[in-house]
Design a binder for this molecule. Structure first.
Ligand SMILES: Nc1ncnc2c1ncn2[C@@H]1O[C@H](COP(=O)(O)OP(=O)(O)OP(=O)(O)O)[C@@H](O)[C@H]1O
Ligand SMILES: [Mg+2]
Length: 451
């Protein structure tokens, strides 16, 4: 192993030899002791070791020498190797030289000549300990700095990564919003499709009623007319005979029953016509799905229309039990609200696999301000498990088969009710049924102004 070097410089041979002897005795095992009698030579030796990267912890120099002086030498050494410690030996207490060395040469101590052997050895020992302590500290500092840099680098990398993820998330969210609104549009289209199919189906029945009714009515009226004609033929001369004929005609056509049948037929034709009119009205409400204007409407009417449209999906198996409160007209986006009723009702209908009941209840909360209207749609369907309940308002969450549902109904309904500054809540028991309660303000504009 290469030993670190201590360089000693003194022009007095006796002093130099005794310095070397004392240092070698004490430190010779761990250090190489180099001696020289001139400052110039000392500098050369120093640079030689430095070039070979051999450590030089200490230089001990006499102050007064021919050529380069001790303080000058130590200052020079300090500029080329700031870590090396220096000790100045001085016969005359030269204050200026010591001051120079202290200020510019990292002077560790100065030792007055002649010195006590123990003093010298202790000073050198301390200087060496100090040097290695400093070096250790520096190495630790360097390691710490390096670790810091590495940490900083890691933090920077992580921050950049987090930022990148954030942007990516934001982009995804934007995309999702866009998709959702697009899908919301297509959902409207779907309800329009559903609507058309429902209307076609529903309108078919009453129109058949009217058709069939009119044909029978026409035949019945022909018989009635025949009887009337019989009466018209009666004159003073043939009264008895003609009356007999009319009577027998009346018997043939079962006149009394005929009159009842005519009455029944007109009633049923009227019912058919009314039903058709109702459906047409529904069509009118649903035909402006894109309109987004606040209107004051009777929401029961909206509910009824929605029920008509969905009738083919529930009639014969699901009973609809309504309990409507006396409600004033409500300010809302009617087409959007229709969509909410439709989505919740469709879910309710789909949740009842066989037969069941859907209860529709409306209430007005009269005490609170703002006044709220509550609409509850409760079904006796299969209910929702706790695990699923947490997700039902999430876009695209569905438990239905492909083609049956895309999982947007409730998420769209949620945004619509939010737009109305209302709330939507669900209560459910698995196996027993589900109740959705919508609360919306009676007058959304008041609420907007108040905010
Ligand atoms: N009344 C209900 N009874 C039982 N489960 C329901 C009911 N309403 C909603 N759910 C559950 O919530 C899920 C999400 O409902 P949502 O209306 O958002 O979507 P969907 O009905 O599956 O599809 P979409 O409405 O888009 O056709 C349903 O798949 C179903 O599991
Ligand atoms: Mg649905």
């Amino acid at each position: 192993m290469i030993k670190p070097v201590i360089i000693c410089v003194d022009d007095e041979l006796f002093v130099l030899t005794s310095l070397e002897e004392q240092l070698k005795y004490q430190f010779g095992e761990q250090y190489k002791i180099e001696t020289t009698s001139s400052g110039e030579e000392a500098l050369r030796i120093f640079k030689h070791y430095q070039k070979d990267r051999i450590e030089i912890p200490l230089v001990i120099a006499d102050q007064v020498m021919p050529g380069i002086q001790g303080d000058e030498l130590l200052i020079e050494i300090h500029t080329i190797a700031p870590d090396t410690l220096t000790i100045l030996l001085t016969g005359l207490a030269s204050a200026e030289a010591v001051g120079n060395a202290v200020n510019f040469a990292n002077l560790y101590r100065f030792i007055a000549k002649p010195w006590y052997r123990q003093d010298l050895l202790l000073t050198v020992k301390e200087a060496l300990a100090h040097y290695f302590q400093e070096r250790k500290l520096k190495a630790q500092e360097l390691e710490l700095r390096r670790m810091n840099e590495r940490l900083e680098e890691k933090v920077n990398k992580r921050t950049a990564e987090v930022l990148r993820q954030k942007t990516e998330l934001q982009d995804t969210l934007e995309n999702l919003k866009l998709t959702q609104s697009k899908l919301s549009e297509s959902e409207k289209m779907a309800s329009l499709g559903l609507l058309t199919a429902g209307i076609a189906h529903e309108i078919n029945n009453p129109v058949n009623y009217i058709y069939a009714g009119i044909d029978s009515l026409k035949e019945d009226l022909k018989d009635v007319l025949d009887v009337i004609k019989g009466y018209e033929k009666i004159t003073a001369q043939n009264v008895n005979e003609a009356l007999k004929k009319v009577k027998s005609l009346k018997e043939t056509v079962a006149f009394d029953e005929l009159i009842i049948e005519v009455d029944e037929l007109t009633t049923s034709i009227k019912r058919g016509a009314e039903r058709t009119a109702e459906i047409v009205k529904g069509l009118r409400i649903f035909s402006h799905l894109d309109e987004d204007v606040l209107e004051t409407v009777d929401i029961h009417e909206n509910m009824e229309t929605t029920l008509i449209i969905l009738r083919s999906q529930y009639k014969d198996r699901i009973q609809i039990v309504k309990s409507y409160a006396e409600l004033p007209k409500i300010e809302c986006y009617p087409n959007k609200l229709n969509q909410v009723f439709m989505n919740i009702l469709v879910n309710a209908i789909q949740s009842i696999t066989d037969e069941g009941v859907i209860y529709i209840t409306t209430l007005l909360s009269g005490f609170k301000t703002p006044q709220m209207v509550s609409i509850e749609i409760r079904d006796t369907g299969q209910g929702i498990s706790d695990e699923i309940r947490a997700k039902i308002f999430d876009p695209f969450f569905t438990t239905k088969d492909v083609g049956q549902g895309i999982g947007l109904g409730l998420s769209i309904s949620f945004s619509i009710i939010e737009k109305h500054r209302g709330s939507i809540a669900v209560k459910t028991n698995q196996g027993e049924g589900t109740a959705f309660t919508i609360n919306i303000p009676l007058n959304i504009r008041d609420l907007k102004n108040a905010k």
